[in-house]
Design a protein around this ligand. Sequence first.
Ligand SMILES: Nc1ncnc2c1ncn2[C@@H]1O[C@H](COP(=O)(O)OP(=O)(O)OP(=O)(O)O)[C@@H](O)[C@H]1O
Length: 198
Amino acid sequence: MNASHAYLRATDIACRRGERLLFARLSLAVEAGEVLHLAGANGIGKSSLMRILAGLMRPFSGEVEREGAMALLDERPALDTHLPLGRALDFWREVDATPAERLDTVLAAVGLQDLLDVPVRYLSTGQRKRAALARTIAQGSPIWLLDEPLNGLDTASVAVVEKLVAQHCADGGVCVLASHQPVAVPGLKRLELAEFVV
Ligand SMILES: Nc1ncnc2c1ncn2[C@@H]1O[C@H](COP(=O)(O)OP(=O)(O)OP(=O)(O)O)[C@@H](O)[C@H]1O
């Protein structure tokens, strides 16, 4: 599918966790070439909304529509901690049917190409986050859902992620990026979850 046809839209979403209604009457639309920064304090419901957008959690009410495949980065890197990084990523490359060259390009972009022999459990927090991000974006999906992709990253790595997101959108992709940190991407749209808390 051509990335330029991709979109992600949500209408009148309400989210309940346990007995609490976290937020309601939330609508958003992210069209091809756009990036949305989903902002809000810890515990406000950013990850819950990301899971709803990813189709992993049913909203209490409302609907999500999309055109295009999605790739989700969440707080679980899902990389076998006992394997060297290269083999752990190869597992997902086969599952995701990712071409090897595309993964190599992404690994170079996030500066991990020299760490492929290191067991995942020895990687630093930031290296592990970059590895999970590499796996996610190498899938080649037009819609990126990135939940706290900047957590644990140093300034240089934050800039790399911002650049990758900007390039994805320039290529006609769609990105929703949940973060409590500032995000610098040209043309960024912003949604404050606090405005929908009930
Ligand atoms: N399974 C659950 N049952 C009940 N409440 C839950 C459940 N999962 C999460 N919550 C609550 O829902 C709220 C929102 O959680 P969520 O992880 O979506 O927030 P967040 O904005 O992503 O937070 P953070 O920035 O800390 O990651 C929190 O108060 C959390 O305690």
